[in-house]
Design a protein around this ligand. Structure first.
Ligand code: ATP
Ligand code: MG
Length: 291
């Protein structure tokens, strides 16, 4: 046991030598405000097409916020705006109390390494193994970290995401769709984020795989204290794990609240979505499960 402890101590010492910034106890770095994400008056245009107009949203710390809306309503564009990959034509976005919209893309704002992203479709590097994929953000943000430590952390994240250890040496093309999602999740968790963005994480998974992924998301949120921005079309996911749901329509977030609160609103899209055949089935299954 004591040998293990020494090895761990050595690793931590090495980490601190290489990244003096990390001498700050993690506790003090963590965001303590109420809203890790605040969006105000957001506008996004592509040529003539206005995707968002005066869109506002606050995400509560520690919640899983489900984000729903018809295809093409701008859910992914909203996520890309929040993580600074899409420059809005108007509006302000703050993440952890820092403005994303005022910063230049290359500017050090000290928050880019505090979130993890699972892009729609996975977006894994096909020429890298799963383990190497997870190492990418580590290499990017901690260039001096030793290869051995990077590999160790990557291996741990792969296991944390529910994949067998052997998956580390596999290429994305050798994995099933569900495993690729988990590999993407492992990469999103590489930097111990406080904030996790998931774009359609259960799309294309079989119902059992989707439910397992949902449980994993919930467990990670609870054990790691994450805030999760979860774009989904999956009604079961909304009922099972989301604390609140934000609805995108008409270029804005037209409603945000718990599902019972949303059912109180009388917007036709919300009504159709939750009270249509699929919405009712998800509701019934939730009631059967006693949730
Ligand atoms: N880079 C881009 N250039 C031009 N138009 C874009 C770009 N990215 C998104 N759009 C347009 O913005 C709109 C919103 O796209 P977005 O990908 O956010 O939709 P979404 O709500 O995520 O849909 P889905 O549920 O199908 O994933 C779409 O009409 C899309 O064509
Ligand atoms: Mg999308």
């Amino acid at each position: 046991m004591s040998e293990n402890k020494t090895a761990v101590d050595a690793l931590v010492d090495q980490m601190l030598d290489q990244n003096p910034r990390q001498r700050e106890p993690r506790e003090h770095e963590r965001f303590r405000g109420d809203y890790p994400i605040v969006v105000r008056g957001l506008e996004n245009c592509f040529g003539e097409q206005k995707v968002h107009e005066d869109l506002s949203l606050e995400v509560n710390r520690g919640e899983i916020l489900g984000v729903v809306g018809g295809s093409g309503t701008g859910k992914s564009v909203l996520m890309r705006s929040i993580i600074g990959l899409q420059t809005p034509s108007a509006g302000d976005i703050e993440v952890f109390g820092r403005s994303i919209t005022d910063a230049r893309p290359d500017e050090e704002i000290g928050v880019r390494n505090r979130w993890g992203v699972l892009f729609q479709g996975g977006a894994l590097f096909s020429t890298l193994t799963v383990g190497e994929n997870v190492e990418v953000p580590l290499r990017q943000f901690y260039p001096e970290m030793s290869t051995r430590m990077r590999e160790e952390i990557a291996r741990y994240k792969v296991i944390l995401s529910g994949l067998p250890e052997e998956a580390c040496s596999k290429f994305p093309s050798e994995l099933s769709g569900g495993m690729r999602k988990r590999a993407g999740l492992a990469r999103a968790l590489a930097l111990d984020p406080e904030l996790l963005f998931l774009d359609e994480p259960t799309a294309g998974l079989d119902p059992i795989g989707a439910a397992a992924f949902d449980r994993l998301t919930r467990e990670l949120k609870e054990t790691l204290g994450l805030t999760v921005f979860l774009i989904t079309h999956d009604l079961d996911t909304l009922y099972e794990i989301c604390d609140r749901v934000a609805v995108l329509a008409d270029r804005q977030v037209i409603a945000v609240g718990t599902i019972p609160e949303l059912l109180e609103t009388d917007h036709p899209w919300i009504d159709e979505y939750f009270n249509g055949p699929r919405g009712r089935a998800a509701q019934a299954s939730q009631a059967r499960a006693g949730g």
